[in-house]
Ligand binder design. Sequence first.
Ligand code: NAD
Length: 512
Amino acid sequence: MTTVYSPVDGKKLYDVADGNVEEAYARARKFAPKVAEMSPRQRAEYCKKLQYYIAENRESILDRVIAETGKSRFDALSSEIFATLDVIHYYSLHGPKLLKDRKLPFSLAFMGKTSKIYYEPLGVVLVISPWNYPFYQAVVPLVNAFIAGNAVVYKPSEVTPLKGLVEEVLEKSGFPAEAMQIVYGGKEVGQRLVEFGADKIFFTGSRNTGKKIMEAAAKKLTPVELELGGKDPMIVFEDVNIERTVNGALWGALTACGQSCTSVERLYVHQSIFEPFKKTLEEKLVKLRTAVPGEEVVKNLNLDVGTMTAKFQSAIVSEQVAAAVHAGAAIYMPRDHYSDLHLSPVLLTRVTHQMEVMVEETFGPVLPMTSFKTEAEAVEMANDSPYGLSASVWSKDLVRAERVARAIKTGNVSINNVMYTEANPGLPFGGTKDSGFGRYKGEYGLYTFCNVKSVLIDQQSNKIEPHWYPYTPEKYAALSKLIDGMFSRGASLLKFISAGLRIESLAQKQKL
Ligand code: NAD
């Protein structure tokens, strides 16, 4: 049993009982063949129904999401509704095409044969999600896995389970609700779901939990995809438009109150514009409208920064800031915190990589900022992190910006924008280093949920393959010639054909 609390006023919202792991798997296993039997086009049609329902009922969905997360309504509209719809739209449109059997280009060595790839379902995919984007993190992995032909067992976070909401959306939209079995509960339920054995685990959450899941999954060799935390750097060169770039930095650091895996968590500004950049940041930070206790959050269309979602996360944020200040960081905070969930956004300067706030994920409304002298130094600082999820590079010089984008060890980079790779559902999303591995979304992300099967089709005939028995000295010599004709320095088409014909004729004569 879990109790869910409102981040807006701290009051209890509801209790939710732990789900039954065995029953959920049994139902998913039973329904998985039905999903697999549907054509990708049929699945896409179901996804379209889901898309229309979410678009048409977005306001009531938003009420529920904000009541549990404390997000500003605009944040929730863009990241939970728009972004979710965009992915559904992408897969409804492109999924069936991407899942068609693919024929490989013809090669001389395989004359008379056809090589194909089939994209087949895996069966039952277990999706475990975090609390920061509870609607998006439920629907997007579902659609990804479903369009590829799988059934899903889904465990939302115990912090923001959105009890009953996703079930209602699936049922009322006309989507086959049996395709997604929702199991409520916390860590122990998550552990049992992992141990029970899915055909694939798609996990989004913290690095530490990711490690535990991978360890547990290894016992049954269940494949895992891990979408973990980040400590995203933003690198700003001297030739930027300061006004626009400051706006980008503020939004990147503070959207969802900084509780996004791809939030800007470290800001590196060229020393020649450090002071004017900082001054503009401070001027704009003061103007942001942040959540105030007792004032409307759910229906407030003028709110920029919402509340923190969970008290335990606020405590981590406050501890990191206090430790940085203790170690010499300068703090700019436009107002005091109103409560432990209503945090004031914070700008930190005089920070170093010896401080936790510059290396560990903060996941709150904090922007630590320092300067760099050279491009090499900026890259070195950006890469001085255990994480590698996303990054942004800002410069008018696009050649330089792309050079830096290549040099940063990360899964995603936006140039002259922030968190924007995520806005294109055709781009795969995922991390490197401690941010995890694997990709979802886009073409690459679709195949994450497929058994990519290689198929070679030959004709029925009396022809014997040259590499079949019996092995003879003549065939050995002919194969050696073929290697020379194909791969040695003097290789040529003529030599290849002549050796090929020789070995072929030997194979047909020297039969077992
Ligand atoms: P978390 O790791 O604490 O929990 C995530 C989920 O795992 C929850 O549903 C939880 O109940 C479950 N869980 C916990 N222990 C488990 C176990 N031993 N076995 C199975 N399940 C278990 O993470 P969180 O605090 O909910 O989310 C915040 C983290 O998620 C941050 O690090 C953030 O960066 C990351 N995140 C990453 C992405 C991404 O796409 N890379 C997106 C959003 C959030």
